[in-house]
Design a protein around this ligand. Structure first.
Ligand code: PEP
Length: 250
């Protein structure tokens, strides 16, 4: 019998959070210590909070992740943070290719793939984001777009640590809108098929997260869908009670 895939719930704090926000992490740690989660729990705070958050969160099993990394290990890249630095701060994961970075900073699939390789080289598991825009879905191109992003953003070798894919329809992020369960099942099924064709067993066992307006009210329904192995959660990860409710829905 094959071991089931351990689900993963990751919180993306985006550009939110100061030292004061660590109170929410202390609260979440208490809740998870009282009721251990049935999934891996990751928080991706701004880079300034990686180390202090890790110190608070690690005893309760919460893992820390970065929100982005540079493809190079070091050098003259003012303002950037390398995967090594993120790992050195105690992180185990890093998000790459979030749609906000693809859209606002013109990040291409090639760059995202370079970041994913840098993450793996530094010993981090990359959470590689893919997803179509509203217009692309309206034009019936959602699967084509996501398949192209997967083909070009995911490295050729995925190594021991593996990868995590986050399917995040751009139009669902921060909008309160979500695809239908059928649409999520269809897309996650396609992603699973493509990963398995390309990576065999490693692809069959990669975690595929859903992201986009996941909330306590819809988490259970979304997490029950086949090939949904967890969630990437933005807004609802900022408050301990909301994030805990999503974690508890696993
Ligand atoms: C995200 O930014 O990755 C995200 C899923 O945001 P939200 O949950 O707020 O839609």
């Amino acid at each position: 019998m094959t071991t089931p895939i351990t689900p993963l719930i990751a919180g993306n704090w985006k550009m939110n959070g100061t030292n004061a926000s660590l109170a929410e992490v202390r609260r979440l740690s208490e809740l998870l210590t009282a009721t251990p989660p049935r999934c891996t729990v990751v928080i991706c705070p701004p880079a300034t909070l990686l180390a202090p958050l890790n110190a608070i969160a690690a005893p309760s099993g919460i893992v820390v992740g970065g929100q982005d990394c540079h493809p190079m290990p070091s050098g003259a890249h003012t303002g950037d943070v390398s995967a090594q630095m993120i790992a050195d701060a105690g992180a185990q994961y890093v998000i790459v290719g979030h749609s906000e970075r693809r859209a606002r900073y013109g990040e291409t699939d090639d760059l995202v793939r370079g970041k994913a390789v840098a993450a793996m080289t530094a010993g981090l598991t990359p959470i590689i984001c893919v997803g179509e825009t509203e217009a692309e879905r309206r034009d019936g191109k959602a699967e084509e777009i996501v398949a192209g992003q997967l083909a070009n953003s995911v490295p050729e070798q995925i190594g021991q640590l593996g990868i995590v894919i986050a399917y995040e329809p751009v139009w669902a992020i921060g909008s309160g809108l979500t695809p239908t369960s059928d649409d999520i099942a269809q897309m996650h099924g396609t992603i699973r098929r493509l990963l398995t064709e390309r990576y065999g067993e490693a692809g069959a066992r990669s975690r595929i997260l859903y992201g986009g307006s996941m909330k306590p009210a819809n988490a259970r329904e979304i997490l029950d869908i086949e090939n949904v192995n967890g969630g990437l959660v933005g807004g609802a990860s900022l408050l301990a009670n909301d994030f805990h409710a999503i974690i508890s829905a696993v």
